[in-house]
Structure formats: structure tokens, C-alpha cells
Design a protein around this ligand. Structure first.
Ligand SMILES: Cc1ncc(COP(=O)(O)O)c(C=O)c1O
Length: 377
């Protein structure tokens, strides 16, 4: 039986659809994560979602072509054994210490569900990956945002008090600020009663990974992604490394609602992405070099720019509002990320593109600043 057209019209006007009443209380109350825009209205220089400007390794693309055959009628290996072995060999771990999933977002969500649903609030930086509070709401986890320094620095001490878990992107997002491995180790060592989840999505762009420490700390879980330094955001693949019991915890979550989170194509591509070290080294080196050059140019234009160890820069101008810059850059075909959130509402996050893309960004920015009375440095 069709719905009531009058009611539907009213619903469209108020934004409330008749069928929304079927939503659970949790879904009604949740504010989902908002991914960066992917506009189709024109061609942009896309510096807003921290994708890698370089294509995946040619060896990965070949592996994808080989995997796209009649075997797709079969389910993939639910254990992802071959990919996990390849990753384990790469990091000097055992296969049982590695877990893979459909992007690192999925692994982070699994980890929140598996390890953070105890009674005490979990800790994460007040400014951090905005998916964290969403997971908390979704899984009913209490949290306490940990204040950062004025310069967005992360104080180790503040993560060393009773808690139900610690979640920390390193480098942090969207600031790019990175703790040393020894500082992350201190957080793991001083929280023996809770899981310390380190999100190393951007670690390959200049930071020091703590994967080598997972054998030493039974509470340390490290999550990495293929989306950034391995140019595979479109494939959806992430990896988690930790002691066997933590990995088993993640497996229990996965096998409670979907045993096949990683498809055959992603399994084949992921292996080749790990094996092609040369391509990985070359592309990450180029991104780091471009980042350093662009950061220096921005500073010489009067911008304040954090010392980012990620594939993005986090910048603000003392006299020109960030939302204005965001809009003006967009009108010139350059898309960057603006967060309308307290404490960072005057910042922009700019992904590192190719040298040519960054030159276009700098040119557009100079034009905007030149038309802006406050813009002279
Ligand atoms: C800090 C951080 N962690 C995790 C992710 C998720 O990456 P993916 O799900 O593509 O692996 C992102 C994506 O931008 C991120 O910024």
C-alpha cells in the first residue's frame, strides 16, 4: 500500500520522513562522520581527503587484473592468510599478530567494539580523527577528550591516568603532529590495564612506527592503512598489528557480522602493494619533499603551519579567516578541507598533491591573499 502523499510532502518540508519513526533510539541520536566532499560539478585540484596524488604501483594494478577472473564467483579466504603472511614478514611478526580489514576505519571500529566497551571512559585528544566520537556513540562508549597544548601538542602525561582505553592517531589528525616512538611506548607502558590503540594512518610520511613494539606490550594495537602511503584509498584495505589475543578479539567482532570483509581483488592487490617496496619508498619520498617545500612557502607568506609528519599541512593565517580562504580557493578550482569546529575553525587542512598541483594551490592562494587587505605579510 502506497504511503500518504500529504504526509510525505510535509515530511519533505520538515526533513522528517514518515518512515524515520522506525529508527532505533541510537540511530536517531547519532551524528555520523562526514567524509570530505567528492564534488562532481567541475574538475577540482583535490586536496581535501588526504588521498595520494600518485597512482598505485603498476605491480598492484597488474595483480588486480590477474585477480579479476572467474574465481570471483567464489568467496575470498575469510582468514586472509596469504596477505597476513606477507604483512607479517614485512614487519617481522607472525601471521597470528596481523589482522586485515575493509579500510582502517573498519579496524578502528572493530577495536572500539572489542576493547573499549568497559565501564571507564576512554581517552583521546580533544582534536583528533572525528570518527572517534562517532564510534563511541555507536557502541555506547564513554570518553573524555584530552586537552592539547596551544600548539596542538600531545602531552604523554595526560594519557597516563585511569581509563577504559586510549585511542591516538600518530601523527594526529588533522594537525599532523607526531609523537616519537619512545613517547608512544611510554603511553603503552603506563596503561597496562587498558588497550592503547595507535592509528598510524599517516606514519609513513616521516613518523616512527611502533609496530616493532607490539611483541613487548600485550595492550598495544597498531592500525595502518593502504589508503595513504600505498595509494589505495579506492580499494579499502587496512591492517592491524598486535599480540595474538588482541588479533583474536578483532576476529571475534568481524565474525559476528561479516566473515568476508576483504574481497579477492583487495587481497591480491594488498600483497603486491606490500612487496613493491621500491615504489612505496619513491612515492612517499616525493610527498615528504613536496610537503617541506610547500610548508616553507606558506610560512614565508605569513601562514602558521604545524610541523606535520603526514601527507597534509594544517595551516592558518593570523588575519585571514580560514572559511574565507576555503571558499575562495574552491571558486578557483582548488578543494581543501575546512572544519567548522571549535579551536580549529580558523585552520585549513591541505593534502599534499603532486608538485604541479601544489604550485596551482600556491598560485591560487597568492591571488586570494593579494585581493585581501589583511593578506599582506
Ligand atoms: C587518522 C585517520 N585514521 C584512519 C583513516 C581511515 O583510513 P581508511 O579507512 O581509508 O583506511 C583516516 C582517513 O582519512 C584518517 O585520517
Amino acid at each position: 500500500m502506497p504511503g500518504n502523499p500529504e504526509k510525505e510532502k510535509r515530511a519533505l518540508n520538515t526533513g522528517e520522513r514518515e518512515e524515520n519513526r522506525y529508527w532505533s533510539g541510537m540511530i536517531k541520536g547519532i551524528k555520523p562522520y562526514i567524509p570530505g566532499e567528492q564534488p562532481k560539478d567541475q574538475k577540482y585540484i583535490k586536496l581535501n581527503t588526504n588521498e595520494n596524488p600518485y597512482p598505485p604501483s603498476p605491480r598492484v594494478l597488474e595483480a588486480i587484473k590477474r585477480a579479476a577472473d572467474g574465481s570471483l564467483r567464489l568467496y575470498p579466504d575469510p582468514e586472509c592468510s596469504s596477505l597476513r603472511e606477507t604483512i607479517a614478514r614485512h614487519f617481522g611478526l607472525k601471521k597470528e599478530q596481523v589482522f586485515v580489514g575493509n579500510g582502517s576505519d573498519e579496524l578502528l571500529a572493530f577495536a572500539f567494539a572489542a576493547f573499549f566497551t568497559g565501564k571507564a571512559p576512554i581517552l583521546f585528544p580533544e582534536i583528533t580523527y572525528s570518527f572517534f566520537p562517532v564510534y563511541c556513540k555507536f557502541f555506547g562508549i564513554d570518553y573524555e577528550p584530552v586537552p592539547l597544548g596551544k600548539d596542538f601538542s600531545v602531552a604523554v602525561e595526560k594519557f597516563c591516568r585511569p581509563n577504559g582505553g586510549v585511542a591516538l592517531p600518530n601523527p594526529n589528525a588533522p594537525t599532523g603532529i607526531c609523537l616519537k616512538a619512545s613517547q608512544v611506548e611510554e603511553i603503552a607502558a603506563r596503561n597496562p590495564e587498558s588497550v592503547v590503540l595507535i592509528d598510524e594512518a599517516y606514519i609513513d610520511f616521516g613518523g616512527e612506527s611502533v609496530v616493532s613494539l607490539v611483541d613487548s606490550y600485550p595492550n598495544l594495537l597498531v592500525v595502518q592503512t593502504f589508503s595513504k602511503s600505498r595509494s589505495l584509498a579506492g580499494l579499502r584495505l587496512g591492517m592491524a598489528m598486535g599480540r595474538e589475543g588482541l588479533i583474536e578479539g578483532l576476529r571475534r567482532v568481524k565474525d559476528s557480522f561479516n566473515s568476508y570483509t576483504v574481497d579477492r581483488i583487495a587481497l591480491a592487490a594488498g600483497e603486491e602493494a606490500i612487496k613493491d617496496r621500491e615504489y612505496f619508498e619513491e612515492t612517499r619520498r616525493k610527498i615528504i619533499e613536496t610537503r617541506c617545500r610547500v610548508r616553507n612557502e606558506l610560512i614565508s607568506m605569513g601562514f602558521e603551519v604545524t610541523d606535520s609528519m603526514a601527507n597534509f599541512l594544517f595551516m592558518s593565517h593570523p588575519a585571514v579567516p580560514a572559511d574565507f580562504l576555503y571558499r575562495e580557493l574552491k571558486s578557483k578550482g582548488v578543494l581543501v578541507r575546512y572544519f567548522d569546529r571549535p579551536k580549529i575553525e580558523n585552520h585549513l587542512r591541505v593534502t599534499i598533491g603532486t608538485d604541479e598541483e601544489m604550485d596551482c594551490f600556491l598560485r591560487a592562494l597568492r591571488e586570494v591573499m593579494a585581493c585581501c587587505p589583511q593578506g599582506g605579510s
